[in-house]
Design a protein around this ligand. Structure first.
Ligand code: SAM
Length: 351
């Protein structure tokens, strides 16, 4: 098995020395984090079977959640001092935050202005897409795993497919483009769902991204031998479409892009497990309770909330964030023998 398949970068030389005091947000493998994922809440209004139990989770206590002014300050530090150029609001479900428009506007006022994106389940997006675009949101990823109403309800445990479709349409109408659709496929029905999702996305001008299911579910039920792999997905799509690797350079994008039926439509497959792309990772994450995580699968966090609430100045916050990222692991290690699933599920980290 290759290092890459183990989720370990194969070509990254290790840098030694002290945590840099300025410049990009580097780790010891020379990767620079420019993409900040900010989780605004761990709560969600869906209960996707691969993410949360039917009864939800023990939500983070309100006093532990960052206040909007604290989120805005940390985003400002990331953009103006740490070289972050892209900010994505996520959760839990970020549309559950009443302050989302305000935070988007505060982020859009920063210089250099970062690109601002949102990952959402789309429920409630129809009502807010215009206000979010007006506040400065650039683009949106909407999670949608099946177009079949009964399957959607079985996966999400909620009967909200029509709300999600309305959210997608409103996002397109509001110019939040490209509108991307993120799908995590069900092992039983996912092959058929992938085909109908791709047809639907091509027809509506949305960009489909199919994501391999990862061991980040709260109930620790993920099983490698059951989850669909990128190869399974590509085989299913190839039965109905002609796929050709997209010639555009992939850079740090997690999705491997394929041109469909000669283009211009494309589909992306994110093989986080079977073909890990950790060596190109440019992410840094801030949880809703103010912890920096250098990796989705990190078992260490750096507590910025306590620092901020203790009166720390921007220099101290910057230094703590730099130290957190300096110790970023080489790879997520999902495929390694010693892999331990992180305690926090995806919904409490921010996907
Ligand atoms: N609620 C928002 C949403 O649904 O997009 C944002 C948060 S959700 C955790 C972000 C993304 O993570 C969604 O696309 C979801 O499908 C994905 N996700 C959740 N659990 C996952 C898992 N175990 N493996 C892979 N992706 C997962």
């Amino acid at each position: 098995m290759t290092l890459t398949a183990l989720g370990l970068p194969s070509v990254l030389p290790r840098v030694t020395g002290d945590v840099p005091a300025d410049g990009p947000l580097l780790d010891t493998f020379g990767r620079a984090a420019t993409d900040l994922r900010v989780s605004l809440t761990d709560r969600c209004n869906l209960r996707c079977t691969y993410c949360m139990p039917a009864d939800g989770l023990d939500w983070l206590p309100g006093d532990q959640l960052l206040r909007p002014d604290e989120v805005a300050r940390l985003v400002r530090v990331a953009v103006t001092r740490l070289g972050v150029t892209r900010v994505r609001f996520t959760g839990g479900e970020p549309l559950l935050s009443r302050h989302l428009e305000e935070l988007v506007a505060a982020t859009a006022s920063l210089r250099p202005r970062p690109e601002i994106a949102l990952t959402t389940n789309g429920v409630g997006l129809a009502k807010r897409a215009t206000a979010l675009a007006d506040a400065g949101l650039d683009r949106v990823n909407v999670s949608l795993d099946s177009l079949d109403a009964a399957r959607f309800a079985a996966i999400t445990r909620r009967d909200r497919l029509s709300d999600v479709l309305a959210g997608l349409a409103a996002a397109k109408e509001s110019g939040l483009s490209p509108v991307k659709v993120n799908a995590v496929l069900d092992p039983d029905t996912g092959r058929a769902d992938a085909v109908s999702l791709l047809r639907f996305c091509l027809e509506h001008g949305y960009q489909l991204r199919i994501i391999e299911q990862m061991p980040l579910d709260a109930e620790h039920r993920w099983r490698r031998d059951v989850a669909l792999s990128a190869d399974d997905v590509l085989a299913a799509l190839r039965s109905q479409f002609r796929l050709r690797p997209d010639p555009a350079p992939r850079g740090s994008a997690p999705a491997q892009l394929w041109q469909v039926d000669g283009g211009p439509g494309t589909v992306g497959v994110i093989a986080s497990v079977s073909h890990a792309f950790c060596s190109a990772c440019d992410r840094t994450r801030l949880t809703a309770d103010g912890q920096v995580r250098s990796c989705l699968f990190a078992n260490r966090e750096t507590d910025l909330r306590t620092l901020v609430r203790g009166g720390a100045g921007d220099d101290a916050v910057e230094a703590a964030w730099r130290a957190a990222m300096w110790s970023k692991p080489a790879g997520h290690g999902i495929n390694g023998p010693g892999f331990v699933q992180p305690q926090r599920p995806m919904s409490a980290i921010g996907g």
